[in-house]
Write a protein that binds this ligand. Structure first.
Ligand code: IMP
Length: 425
């Protein structure tokens, strides 16, 4: 399909990086549309594990252009480091990375505000990645944010920086967070970042419009996942951007009419990092088993991920808000060796059985998952390359998901390496 959106169908960390990397071989452009360096997309490149926080995973394929859209909040230091790291690996970046000149910039006070806001929340903290994502989006919506293009216009940048520092000082002083900031140091540092990034900045709306008119194949790469969407996720335990497919339109500046396909990525089980309700979360022992086996630690923060059974109520909701008809199931290999595998098919709340994902956090916290149990498989499946060679029970599990969700499984990932992927049809 010419224009495809890839999104996470759960709470992030579904393995989108690997799938985007895999699908990139057939496209011309890969574009990010939201989030920032809270994301960590892991890919294995030349036998080395590589985590990309801002540049789309397509960069590892020769000749593919990568776009960072206006909906992404950019920490310029991280972006420059990422560019330099890729160059050190021998990846050619020139004329392949295009950054929206109107993307908002993460400033040092955003990371400090992120930390202090979490302290203030105390027990009710969100468990953010601490990268300044929420405060940067707050400034964008408040219309005071500094945009990439401002880093090239000293006069405008200085004016905006002064105004922002003045405003933030008022708040940060009360929490002893002010001592960290020096106007001149920030000014010099960020103007220098601007010069280093100058050649990558572009009017990406025009660039993508031309690409679409030339019928180029484009992949839009979502970060985080549906249940972390600022509006449709488990608010307030969410990130600050629209992670759902619709976010691609606003975060990149394209119309919905050009999109041909949406693909949801789901793990064969569920994980989440940070606070918030998680109905199908495992018991402590099972959590620890799957976490170790599936290496379930955050790619950005290293935090242990919470693990649980696959939740069809949540996946059905993800299908509703994203409109996907196709999915990719990742980490199926991690379920090998279990006697039984459960899938949540409904939530019991008080005397009611809920088949739709509730918006009330109270209900999500207090509901009891209703499970269907499947016989597991004992074989190691990580070396399989043909769908028909998967164990009978693994195929049964996948077919059941397809039927229940009324979607088509396109691909199944059975390990971290590029070739550990099975096409279903
Ligand atoms: P923030 O995006 O740093 O503000 O964090 C808000 C919530 O989103 C926290 O629960 C984070 O753990 C979660 N989050 C942010 N980015 C990711 C990600 O890439 N994968 C999984 N969870 C994420």
């Amino acid at each position: 399909m010419a224009i495809t959106i890839i999104i996470g169908a759960q709470w992030g960390d579904e393995g989108k990086g690997k799938i985007v990397d895999y699908l990139s071989k057939d496209v011309d452009i890969v574009a990010r549309f939201q989030g920032g360096n809270n994301a960590g997309h892991t890919v294995v490149y030349e036998d080395k594990e590589l985590v990309l926080h801002l540049i789309p995973c397509g960069i590892l394929h020769k000749d593919i252009a990568c776009v960072i859209g206006s909906g992404v909040v950019i920490n310029p230091k991280v972006l420059i480091e990422e560019i330099e790291n890729l160059q050190a690996l021998g990846v050619n970046i020139e004329n392949r990375v295009f950054v929206s000149e109107i993307a908002n910039i993460i400033m040092p006070y955003h990371t400090c505000l992120d930390r202090i806001n979490e302290q203030i929340r105390g027990k009710g903290k969100i468990g953010t990645t601490g990268k300044g994502i929420g405060p940067a989006y707050m400034d964008m919506v408040a219309r005071v944010g500094i945009r990439a293009i401002d880093l090239l216009e000293e006069e405008i940048f200085v004016k905006k920086l002064k105004k922002n520092l003045e405003e933030k000082k008022f708040f940060l002083k009360q929490y002893n967070g002010w001592g960290e900031f020096d106007f001149s140091k920030i000014k010099e540092g960020y103007l220098e970042y601007g010069q280093k990034l100058r050649k990558y900045l572009l009017n990406t709306v025009v660039y993508l419009d031309e690409a679409i008119r030339k019928q180029k194949k484009i992949l839009f790469e979502g970060a985080q996942g549906t249940l972390l969407d600022v509006c449709y996720g488990t608010f307030p335990y969410v990130t600050s951007s629209n992670t759902i497919a619709g976010g691609a339109c606003t975060g990149i500046g394209i119309g919905p009419t050009v999109i041909n396909k949406v693909v949801g990525i789901t793990k064969a089980y569920t994980t989440r990092v940070g606070g918030g309700p998680f109905p199908t979360e495992f018991s402590e022992e099972m959590n620890s088993n799957i976490r170790t086996k599936g290496k379930e630690f955050g790619a950005t923060t290293g935090r242990p991920r919470r693990c649980g059974w696959l939740d069809m109520v949540a996946l059905k909701y993800a299908k509703q808000v994203n409109g996907f008809r196709n999915i990719v199931v990742t980490k199926l290999d991690i379920l090998s060796g279990l006697k039984d595998i459960k899938i949540c098919i409904g939530y019991k709340y008080e005397q009611e059985v809920l088949k739709n994902f509730p918006h009330s956090l109270k209900v999500l916290r207090e509901c009891e998952p209703i499970y269907e149990t499947f016989p597991g498989w004992q074989e190691d499946i990580s070396g399989i390359s043909d769908y028909k060679d998967l164990p009978f029970n693994a195929k049964k599990y996948l077919l059941w998901i397809e039927k229940m969700l009324e979607v088509k499984v396109d691909l199944i990932s059975i390990g971290p390496k590029r070739n550990q992927i099975v096409r279903k049809d």
